[in-house]
Design a protein around this ligand. Structure first.
Ligand code: AP5
Ligand code: MG
Length: 213
């Protein structure tokens, strides 16, 4: 199964992707997580990407497409994958189509989580993330069992550097201008599924699995 989780920053892509990983045993490919790992490793690419990420701007297409191409070639993607946070521009979507068609693959579903901007701002304000495994929590809506500690791997939870009010405003604006136009692209391909992402977490998960059948 080749899946994509789609939506604005803070819509719940990463949170729901973890349930898909468990159910289908296929990897979550989050360009955001990969870029953050490159920053931790202080690679040249990571250092360049950091400037854009800290400002809430999109990292240039050529960098992102290169990362995805290398990642999809890996053995663990051969039975399927979950794209999270990619593509975010029309150029990225077209590059993905090109890569997939060359290897005889197709997307099965684009699972889009629809959440109004006001709610996004609340979600991002209370988010805590695990720098080790990428798990995402919320201090009110989805707290970890032990405050400040990841349920999955026991690491200390942190606040993402780009989760501040000004950067979030910019990220939302970039989503509406550059990423939301992909909705029509995937509707035309017949793979787009809209899910009400503003509901309680477990209801969103239920609706997502209903779409997948
Ligand atoms: P990335 O890491 O992809 O961030 P994002 O798209 O901005 O999305 P988020 O990770 O913020 O949100 P999410 O939808 O995963 O929500 P989550 O599940 O955590 O990208 C970061 C940056 O990297 C970009 O700004 C850009 O600079 C760069 N980048 C990455 N990919 C790129 C690309 N392809 N091209 C160019 N640049 C790229 O949930 C959010 C919060 O809500 C959590 O606290 C969670 O617990 C809570 N929550 C989730 N669901 C619910 C629910 N149903 N009810 C209540 N709370 C909920
Ligand atoms: Mg995420």
């Amino acid at each position: 199964m080749n899946l994509m989780v789609f939506g604005a920053p803070g819509a719940g892509k990463g949170t729901q992707a973890k349930f898909l990983v468990e159910k289908y045993n296929i990897p979550q490919i989050s360009t955001g997580d990969m870029l953050r790992a490159a920053i931790v490793d202080k690679t040249a690419m990571g250092m360049e990407a950091k400037k854009f990420m800290d400002a809430g701007e999109l990292v240039p297409d050529s960098t992102i497409i290169g990362i995805i191409k290398d990642r999809l070639d890996k053995e663990d993607c051969q039975n399927g994958f979950i794209l999270d946070g990619f593509p975010r521009t029309l150029a990225q979507a077209e590059a993905l189509e090109d890569l997939m068609s060359k290897s005889g693959k197709k997307l099965d579903f684009v699972l889009s989580f629809d959440v109004p901007d006001e709610l996004i701002i609340q979600r991002i304000a209370g988010r805590r993330v695990c720098p080790k495994c990428g798990a995402s929590y919320h201090v009110v809506f989805n707290p970890s069992k032990k405050e400040g500690i990841c349920d999955a791997c026991g690491d200390n939870l942190i606040i993402r550097k780009d989760d501040n009010a000004d950067t979030v405003k910019n990220r939302l604006q970039n989503y509406h201008n550059q990423t939301a136009p992909l909705i029509d692209f995937y509707k035309n391909m017949g793979v787009f599924a809209q899910i009400d992402g503003s509901q309680e977490l477990s209801k969103v998960t239920k609706d997502m699995f209903e779409v997948l059948g």
